[in-house]
Unconditional design. Structure first.
Length: 339
């Protein structure tokens, strides 16, 4: 009995210790157009190192533009960042004060108590920038949360879940060959002059093009040219492939798949969310100046602020992103280490 009591006390002590930790990180805004605005970044994917890329973007928006930026993470039971902890999101109540959200999530299955904070932000009409796997952000109603109240956001339900309903598309397929064929972004002719593309050029990323057939009311900004290799000088790929629902094969670059688009989404509460979605966004992709600028432009546009002609997206401090993959995230890192 005494041993049991001691074990219980030790377990409660561990829980209290984790709760006392800093489980999210906030970068206070400096002077700039974003002063007084709060951006919340949602990190949680097993593959594309959002736990590295999103803090870097948060520092840029804080230091260079004046926004106060808070990054939330998936952590393990000890409070260490663990992208594989799909049911974890730290300090979800921070979303209650979000003026905008930037997300890179993949198959998350948070408790309903956490998800309700995200739903409340969505229903307030906050603008959202969705990166890469955010098209398939949630796995509510799957084996880990079969009774979740948020099954409507399940990525593969008949409506396409959060990705299709809100962002404009869900997960379909890899279109380019994963880890073998990189992506060169081509500006959509009809989008030239759009403020979201101010200063955006020479976008090249080493993630592959996703197959995507967004809903009708999106504005395509960029299309993804599949390359034959992993360098920006590689030639465009020239083989054929069959798209979802197609009866015949098409050239992999004819037409090219959309890789960035905007839309306005009228949510269940009757408010409108301004949406920027891109299927690029791995931490290693974000070394590209043009892609970083697209994300920063998305925040200005979403909040109704004048979009700079060429936003300052110089990285703050060192940034050596890990190559994407299901293995290799940096072990032992706590949110407080990223301050």
């Amino acid at each position: 009995m005494k041993r049991f009591a001691l074990s219980l006390i030790a377990a409660l002590f561990c829980v209290a210790a984790v709760r006392a930790q800093q489980l999210s990180v906030t970068y206070e805004g400096k002077n700039g157009p974003g002063k007084g605005k709060n951006i919340v970044f949602l990190s949680g994917d097993e593959e594309y190192r959002s736990e590295e890329g999103l803090p870097m973007l948060a520092k840029i928006l804080s230091e260079r533009h004046g926004f106060t930026c808070t990054v939330l993470f998936s952590v393990d039971a000890s409070g260490v960042i663990d992208p594989n902890s799909g049911g974890s999101i730290t300090d979800p109540e921070k979303m209650d004060k979000a003026d905008a959200i930037v997300m890179l999530l993949r198959f998350r299955h948070w408790p309903d108590e956490a998800a309700k904070h995200f739903e409340a932000a969505l229903n307030r009409g906050v603008p959202i920038v969705g990166l890469r796997t955010s098209t398939h952000a949630f796995d509510f109603g799957g084996k880990d949360t079969p009774n979740s109240a948020y099954k409507k956001w399940q990525w593969n339900n008949k409506e396409g879940g959060f990705g299709r309903i809100v962002l404009g598309e869900t997960w379909v397929n890899h279109w380019g060959s994963h880890k073998k064929e990189a992506t060169k972004a081509i500006i959509e002719e009809s989008a030239k002059g759009d403020p979201l593309l101010n200063g955006v050029s020479d976008v090249f990323v080493t993630t592959d093009v996703y197959e995507a057939h967004p809903v009708a009311n999106v504005k395509v900004l960029l299309r993804g040219q599949v390359l034959k290799g992993m360098t920006p000088n590689d030639e465009p790929a020239d083989y054929k492939k069959k798209a979802k629902g197609a009866s015949e094969e098409q050239g992999v670059n004819s037409p090219m798949m959309p890789i960035a688009w905007s839309r306005e989404y009228k949510n269940e509460a009757g408010k409108t969310n301004k949406i920027l979605c891109t299927t690029m966004g791995a931490a290693s992709d974000l070394v590209n100046v043009g892609l970083r600028r697209l994300v920063v432009n998305g925040i200005y546009w979403g909040l109704g602020l004048p979009v700079p002609d060429a936003a300052n997206v110089e990285i703050v401090g060192p940034y050596t992103p890990t190559m994407y993959g299901f293995k290799g995230f940096k072990p032992g890192v706590k949110p407080s280490d990223l301050k």
